[in-house]
Ligand binder design. Structure first.
Ligand SMILES: Cc1cc2nc3c(=O)[nH]c(=O)nc-3n(C[C@H](O)[C@H](O)[C@H](O)COP(=O)(O)OP(=O)(O)OC[C@H]3O[C@@H](n4cnc5c(N)ncnc54)[C@H](O)[C@@H]3O)c2cc1C
Ligand SMILES: *[C@@H]1O[C@H](CO)[C@@H](O)[C@H](O)[C@H]1NC(C)=O
Ligand SMILES: *[C@@H]1O[C@H](CO)[C@@H](O)[C@H](O)[C@H]1NC(C)=O
Ligand SMILES: *[C@@H]1O[C@H](CO)[C@@H](O)[C@H](O)[C@H]1NC(C)=O
Ligand SMILES: *[C@@H]1O[C@H](CO)[C@@H](O)[C@H](O)[C@H]1NC(C)=O
Ligand SMILES: *[C@@H]1O[C@H](CO)[C@@H](O)[C@H](O)[C@H]1NC(C)=O
Ligand SMILES: *[C@@H]1O[C@H](CO)[C@@H](O)[C@H](O)[C@H]1NC(C)=O
Ligand SMILES: *[C@@H]1O[C@H](CO)[C@@H](O)[C@H](O)[C@H]1NC(C)=O
Ligand SMILES: *[C@@H]1O[C@H](CO)[C@@H](O)[C@H](O)[C@H]1NC(C)=O
Length: 537
């Protein structure tokens, strides 16, 4: 199951009559308006790679389990959520090509899903009838330590990528997300950040080649797609431009031993003072160190009272002795002790950050199903000016009033501030101290409005403390509150609203590239890059 070479697979989309297969399909999709679409798929698949085993219609007994296998937000697992009329779980690049060609012939909405972690379910939910091109079968990973690179297919998970790298080398890794079930396809194409961001930048800052199928069904690599399109799919989101088959990534070096810690402080334990100092230290300290803060509301020591707890979670690319001495110098307010620190391998630090017992079997990283799922809503913001202690006190008060919301503060600086804001579509570089993620998580159906409302209230409350003109947001933290594209005649105007928040000045270049490579806007979704409004000629 090697990564496919673009030179090996030339265009082979001429029709092939596969009488037996079409008979099977017409039986299972009898009377369906999508019958001719199925015929087209069969016609366009290669004789040695039949597409029928990849096709699931709602009649197929495993349809629901295939659909649910990569739903990662229970908000979109309800009986009223619109279901696709078909799922194509591509087994071969020709299935991707056939899906694209036939969907255009029949003017159908296609959704592309890799790991299914889209916060708004954009990869498997739609307001209009649609089908899913599911990438989970295309997940090979080829690591080459000699060249410090790897080819990773879109359907692989981050856990699989980390595991396969560590299998070959204890001193190599890749800077990407913290949750091991996240998919390569959506994560990397949307930017991708993790706890080595201050040292090595984003995932897209470490991508050197890609394989993508475009609107004409061509399998392209970096050379054949050109630098503009390659730039677009390293942070601008894949789903606006084509189907990403694989990325070639540059591995980064890590020490054999790294250090992690997690310490909590409530307001009664000086959390305000510590968080206030954190915002001055975390974005400027040695880039080997990444300290995230998670803030939530917990019971106070007095019965019936509430307080805010700040948990500081860190990865240090070095040993614990150096870390303790670094922090006692630069961040004494935290009061970090040697006994708070755990020295481990980089791969085990992934378990730690994913809230898994660090002594567990590393094979957990190969599990594709998360251990638990919940209903969730996420939003994001960027902080460019330090917040005063009084400001934090107001924020804590609001958090306690709303109660069921969480904040994640992720420090920037280091490598992130060195990379120009035009190097990739991701624009939030120098000048950003930290990024806020807003979270609401709940465990029962029917109460989504309440929790979504909480995150909106908190987001609104934060306006004076965060970036403005535009108010910036992180594309991988998909948030449909920023605007929805109906892909009709107002598509450009609609797209510009969320587009500027996600991509700032890079939005215009994304639109130009989009207009060139997909002028008919086949690759569209609720927050895709629109084409230019007026096309002459
Ligand atoms: C639990 C959890 C933890 C997370 N942690 C992090 C984190 O640490 N860092 C971070 O940066 N982000 C994080 N995210 C956000 C995550 O990076 C994005 O949701 C990402 O888009 C998920 O990729 P996916 O392939 O799993 O998702 P999908 O839902 O499959 O896809 C997301 C988007 O990408 C498109 N897409 C997917 N595959 C392809 C493809 N092959 N070609 C073209 N388009 C494609 C989809 O159509 C959709 O628009 C997290 C999300 C969750 C749910
Ligand atoms: C498939 O389902 C459709 C309606 O959903 C039905 O009309 C058709 O008869 C079914 N086909 C088979 C083979 O069960
Ligand atoms: C499939 O191919 C056959 C033979 O080339 C052609 O007659 C038929 O119209 C095609 N059907 C579809 C749905 O494309
Ligand atoms: C469902 O799809 C699988 C895989 O394509 C196939 O093996 C099976 O026969 C199908 N079942 C039905 C009921 O169509
Ligand atoms: C998703 O919904 C289906 C159908 O109601 C249900 O059987 C399944 O358990 C749900 N999945 C999860 C993880 O709750
Ligand atoms: C909080 O800070 C004060 C003053 O800096 C200090 O005296 C006190 O010990 C701290 N409390 C805790 C719990 O760290
Ligand atoms: C808090 O409540 C518990 C149980 O309800 C009780 O045992 C305890 O004495 C109370 N503590 C205070 C400080 O009121
Ligand atoms: C917090 O306090 C409430 C009562 O005030 C109690 O019901 C709840 O169990 C407590 N939560 C935790 C995590 O201790
Ligand atoms: C949402 O929040 C607003 C403002 O706080 C409030 O007025 C409204 O009642 C809330 N709605 C729901 C459904 O919780």
């Amino acid at each position: 199951m090697g990564v496919l070479s673009p030179h090996r697979i030339q265009l082979s989309l001429f029709p092939i009559v596969v009488v037996l297969l079409s008979l099977t399909l017409s039986a299972s999709a009898a009377n369906s308006g999508h019958n001719t679409f199925l015929h087209c798929l069969v016609n366009h698949s290669e004789p040695f790679h039949p597409i029928t085993p990849a096709i699931f219609t709602p009649n197929n007994t495993s349809f629901s389990s295939v659909l649910e296998a990569y739903i990662r937000n229970l908000r979109f697992n309800t009986s009223t959520t619109r279901k696709p009329f078909l799922i194509i779980s591509a087994l071969h690049v020709s299935h991707i090509q056939a899906s694209i060609i036939c969907a255009q012939n029949h003017n159908l909405q296609m959704k592309i899903r890799s790991g299914g972690h889209d916060y708004e379910g954009v990869s498997y939910v739609s307001e209009v009838p649609f089908f899913i091109l599911d990438m989970f079968n295309l997940r090979s990973i080829k690591v080459e330590i000699d060249t410090e690179t790897a080819w990773v297919q879109a359907g692989a998970t981050l856990g699989e990528v980390y595991y396969r790298i560590a299998e070959k080398s204890k001193t190599h890794a890749f800077p990407a997300g913290v949750c091991h079930t996240v998919g390569v396809g959506g994560h990397i194409s949307g930017g991708g950040y993790g706890n080595m961001m201050r040292k090595y930048g984003l995932s897209v800052d470490n991508v050197i080649d890609a394989q993508m199928v475009d609107a004409q069904g061509r399998l392209l690599d970096r050379k054949s797609m050109g630098e503009d399109l390659f730039w677009a799919i390293t942070g601008g989101g894949g789903a606006s431009f084509g189907v990403i088959l694989a990325y070639k990534i540059k591995l980064v070096r890590v020490p054999e031993t790294v250090t992690v810690f997690k310490v909590g402080r409530t307001l009664e334990q000086n959390a305000t003072d510590i968080v206030y100092n954190w915002q001055h230290v975390a974005p400027t300290i040695d880039s080997d160190l990444f300290i995230r803060v998670i803030l939530n509301v917990v019971n106070g020591t007095q019965n019936g009272t509430k307080t805010v707890r700040a948990r500081f979670i860190a990865l240090f690319l070095g040993d614990s002795k150096s870390l303790v001495s670094l922090l006692s110098d630069k961040f004494p307010q935290l009061g970090l002790k040697q006994s708070d620190c755990i020295e481990t391998s980089w791969l085990r630090s992934v378990l730690f950050w994913d809230n898994i017992d660090i002594a567990s079997s590393l094979d957990i990283l190969l599990e594709r199903q998360p251990r638990s799922l919940s209903y969730m809503k996420r939003k994001s913001d960027y902080v460019k000016k330090p917040i005063s202690k009084e400001g934090f006190e107001m924020i804590w008060k609001k958090m306690i009033e709303l109660e069921d919301t969480l904040f994640l503060f992720n420090p920037y600086g280091g490598r992130m501030a060195e990379i120009p804001s035009t190097a990739s579509p991701f624009p939030h570089r120098a000048g950003n101290l930290w990024k806020i993620q807003y979270q609401a998580n709940w465990n029962k159906p029917g109460v989504a409005d309440h929790y979504i409302n909480l995150t909106r209230n908190l987001h609104k409350f934060m306006t004076p403390f965060v970036s403005k003109n535009p108010r910036e947001a992180f594309y991988n933290y998909k948030d449909l509150d920023l605007g929805i594209n109906h892909n009709g005649k107002n598509s450009y105007a609609e797209g510009r609203v969320y587009g500027l928040e996600y991509f700032k000045d890079n939005f215009d270049r994304l639109v130009q590239i989009k207009t060139k490579v997909d002028p008919h806007n086949f690759f569209r979704n609720e927050q895709s890059i629109p084409t230019l409004p007026y096309r002459m000629g």
